[in-house]
Design a protein around this ligand. Sequence first.
Ligand code: SIN
Length: 288
Amino acid sequence: MGFQSRRISPSSGAEMTGIDLREPLDNNQFAAIRQAWNDADGLLVIRDQNISPEQHIAFSRRFGVLQRGEVSQGSLLSQYYLPRHPEIYRVSNKKKDGVPQGREDAGTYWHSDGSWKPAPPMASLLLAREIPPYGGDTMFADLYRAYETLSDRMKDILTPMRAVHSLAKAQETTSYGKDLVGQSNAVVDRYASHPIIRTHPETGRKSLFVNRGFTDNIEGLAPAESDAFLEFLFTHSSRPEILYRHQWRLHDLVIWDNRCTMHYAVADYKQAGDRYMHRTTVRGDAPF
Ligand code: SIN
């Protein structure tokens, strides 16, 4: 299989063609994909993948262990996993006989998936199974560049700092947080403290690791200080100059690295048509 990859953005993003994930991939081929993903700063768009859920899961497993739909008891999110395939989370505005075919309005805020977990997911693979005629784009921010475009003095100030990411923040600010908690209060206290500057274990590069959806406060600062710092960092990390906006084509498979990108799903398409996506999520191996 001869793959071609080309850069599609000055910030994160490359497109790969000439690959058919219905066919087996040997280790060298997978290594080439993983290298292209790292070279593209953690955002790879693989075109034309009309693959089955089993093929999507099998390919995703090459990146690591997958999250399964084991969300908390009583959580409203459980219904969005694909029946018989708990590795696949469905994102959609579609309803069949009144039953939602996926989570509507998933990710309509800046976030890095599951950053409130002690070992947040390292990657997510989103497959477009149905797209509206226009709208429904996903925006990605390049968190390597967010770090690199800080002044040296600010890098020094941020280097020893840690921020708390919490589900409670998600619950306040996002409908995802509310659904994850659902009828149960069992998970409201889930949170994790992470360095604000993180080093990518594969590329060795540094990135800024905060997001408006889940980052609650900076440890050791007074609330007003923390809010002011975070507001600056949220704005800095979502500047247009470091964004790529993906306009989906049918059967695009987009792989993003949650360690060095964050994303925002633009919910502007509901009058235009149906959008139906399948997502797998690769677990992170350890706290960092
Ligand atoms: C997500 O945050 O996983 C949803 C992304 C999208 O639907 O574009």
